[in-house]
Design a binder for this molecule. Structure first.
Ligand code: PLP
Length: 420
């Protein structure tokens, strides 16, 4: 079997890496099987039928498929109720709908995991673009407790803040995003939820992006009030063409629905326009595809550790999201990695990525993505700002067998770059 031939040293290191990740893969398979059965069970319990897969148009009143999708999704993530809509255009939009749905003028929002993901900052209004209708423009106050030195949330500081004044909403980001802080385990989120419950009646909201189906439990299983995320990441299974979800306590999801459409209409409207089948199929595949992405991450870590680079998480570390960061020491290696990875993509394999001045970044950024869905990051993709710590953030992989080829291309390109 040799459709692809790699440098013999890379082939050897790949074999070693595969041996090393074997027990890791077994653990991933165990979680995948659990979550796959959880999802199948949700489909059965909600009587998903062929007639749920059709489309509605116009207002979309009484859309049986949409309602079944939302109740199935809710059960799969341990929530009372959910909104799962293609009209939620991306993760940022979805989180924004939830925040505006839950917060009112004068309320205080407190981030317990330091500064949130970049794209949320204009929503909050701390990014310096006043007048656009951010939360701060509408009189919501924003505070945050900084992460500890080791990147973990400072629960003591959170408790102090909760005791000091009335906080309406505590915001938690599960994934590391594009930082090197560790991702949050559901166990850690559980600890934060308990601390909040003991010291206030604040709503706990979790940005669940990249975390879905990575563990056996979701934040909603351990008492988080509301979670939200994107369908072109884990829970869309690489099949949903776009969309987002909000899940959690029934009353809170309902409040979000009034922001998603109007205070008079809520979740009752929203034509599915034929997207329901793909969102169902995506949810059905999501645990398996998330497992493939996790295998790709663990293998990449192991291979690049063999090559002498530092990976985060390390190949056998516990994972709470699908992101892998590899520190590649310099810009040339980052460029080589992204070009190699791109050359192993199913779509646009012939494209050569170039570093560019991305708005909002203080350095050039290079990206690799050869995806069926534009911007999908459950499909194999990588981003690297060309500055300290010279790390590439890689995520996704619809199936390990082909993602492995792309990662080997990346490894080979880095090796060639280093022998120059
Ligand atoms: C991806 C992501 C978002 C935003 O999602 P978009 O779909 O890119 O708008 C928010 N938070 C985290 C942690 C993410 O990973």
């Amino acid at each position: 079997m040799s459709f692809f031939k790699f440098d013999s040293e890379i082939e050897k290191m790949s074999e070693t890496a595969l041996k090393k990740v074997k027990p890791v893969f077994e653990k991933i398979d165990e979680i995948t099987e659990y979550n796959q059965q959880k999802v199948l069970s949700s489909f059965r319990n909600n009587n998903v039928s062929e007639s749920c897969l059709g489309e509605t148009t116009g207002y979309g009143y009484g859309d049986k498929g949409r309602d079944a999708l939302e109740s199935t999704f809710a059960e799969a993530v341990g929530a009372e109720s959910a909104l799962v809509r293609h009209t939620l255009t991306c993760g940022t939009h979805t989180l924004t709908v939830a925040l505006f749905g839950l917060l009112r003028p004068g309320d205080i929002m407190l981030s317990a995991t330091g500064t949130p993901y970049d794209t949320i900052l204009p929503t909050i209004g701390t990014a310096g673009e006043g007048g656009r209708g951010s939360l701060i423009d509408f009189g919501v106050k924003y505070k945050e407790t900084a992460l500890r030195e080791d990147g973990s949330p400072d629960v003591d500081a959170l408790i102090k803040a909760l005791k000091k004044e009335k906080i309406k909403l505590v915001y938690i980001q599960r994934s590391r995003g594009y930082s090197l802080r560790p991702s949050l385990s559901v166990k850690k989120i559980d600890e934060i939820v308990r601390a909040v419950r003991e010291n206030s009646d604040a709503v706990v909201m979790v940005d669940n992006c990249y975390g879905e189906f990575v563990e056996k439990e979701e934040p909603t299983d351990v008492g988080a009030d509301i979670i939200a995320g994107s369908l072109i990441k884990n829970p869309g299974g690489g099949i949903a063409k776009n969309g987002g979800y909000i899940a959690g306590k029934k009353k809170l999801v309902e409040l979000c629905s009034y922001r998603m459409t109007t205070p008079g209409l809520g979740a009752e409207v929203g034509a599915s326009l034929g997207h329901t089948r793909e969102m169902f199929m995506g949810l059905f595949n999501a645990p398996h595809v998330t497992g493939e992405a996790l295998k790709t991450a663990a293998y990449t870590a192991a291979l690049f550790e063999e090559m002498g680079f530092v990976s985060s998480p390390r190949f056998d570390e516990d994972r709470h999201d699908i992101i892998e960061a590899i520190k590649l020491k310099n810009s040339e290696n980052l460029i080589a990695f992204c070009r190699g990875l791109q050359s192993g993509a199913p779509v646009d394999s012939f494209v050569v990525p170039e570093p560019w001045d991305m708005p909002g970044y203080d350095s050039k950024v290079i990206m690799a993505a050869g995806t069926f869905t534009l911007g999908s990051s459950i499909e194999l993709s990588g981003d690297a700002p060309l500055r300290e710590p010279f790390a590439v953030w890689m995520q996704g992989g619809l199936n390990f067998h082909s993602a492995k080829v792309a990662v080997n291309f990346a490894a080979e390109a880095v090796k060639i770059q280093n022998s120059k």
